[in-house]
Unconditional design. Structure first.
Length: 223
């Protein structure tokens, strides 16, 4: 599981990252709203932990832009010292999935993360569709036009990322990081997997869904 933590307090951020990594999560972090927004919009994360009081762009603004402009459905837990009802309502209104008031026990945050991830896995986001392409994330079955498609493990991961981000363009760097972390293989590996994915989901069919945006990355969309 890959998490993004957006928190401007250096000590709190260090504690959160250390704790979550001990829990087995892979954690990326940002200390201001604009950097966090960029990472959340271009990377692939299972959940975002987002502080409200951030320099540059506050957590409400980050959350709202992710939901409305970037169309990112990644679950978000907001952290704040504000515990008034109107603050919590503002958090949920901007698109947050849960709201945790500071100070909090790290064990409570871990429990909230597990609960939100469990809800998101069972909340209808497990069946991805683009046109006649269908991917069931629970059974790992991929079909197009009713025809079952055979995919490699990396192909399945790549397909999930592109379908979850559709119709947005996903940058090459974001795909490489999501697939291989900080140690991607040679520069032709992603291109090779994209080629294999295109052969699987597009070649047997009249209308292509996988598109290359030269110099930027790739997207899955009906055009």
């Amino acid at each position: 599981m890959r998490l993004l933590v957006i928190e401007d307090n250096r000590d709190i951020l260090a504690n959160l990252v250390d704790f979550l990594e001990l829990k087995g999560y892979t954690v990326d972090c940002a200390r201001d709203g604009l950097t966090g927004l960029h990472l959340a919009a271009t990377g692939h994360y299972d959940l975002i932990v987002l502080d409200v009081m951030l320099p540059g762009l506050d957590g409400y603004g980050v959350c709202r832009k992710l939901r409305e402009s970037e169309r990112v459905a990644t679950p978000i837990i907001m952290l704040t010292a504000r515990d008034a009802l109107e603050d919590r309502l503002q958090g949920f209104g901007s698109g947050a999935d849960d709201y945790l008031t500071k100070p909090f026990a790290l064990s409570e945050l871990a429990a909230r993360i597990e609960a939100v991830l469990k809800r998101s896995r069972g909340g209808g986001q497990r069946l991805l569709r683009i046109g006649d392409l269908r991917y069931d994330l629970d059974t790992l079955e991929v079909e197009r036009g009713g025809q079952r498609l055979v995919m490699s493990p990396i192909g399945l991961r790549l397909l999930a990322i592109l379908m979850q981000k559709s119709p947005a363009v996903v940058r090459r760097e974001a795909l490489e990081e999501a697939l291989w972390g900080d140690e991607p293989p040679d520069s032709d590996s992603l291109r090779s997997h994209i080629h294999s994915l295109r052969l699987a989901i597009d070649k047997p069919f009249a209308r292509p869904l996988l598109h290359t945006v030269r110099g930027v990355g790739y997207c899955l969309a009906e055009r």
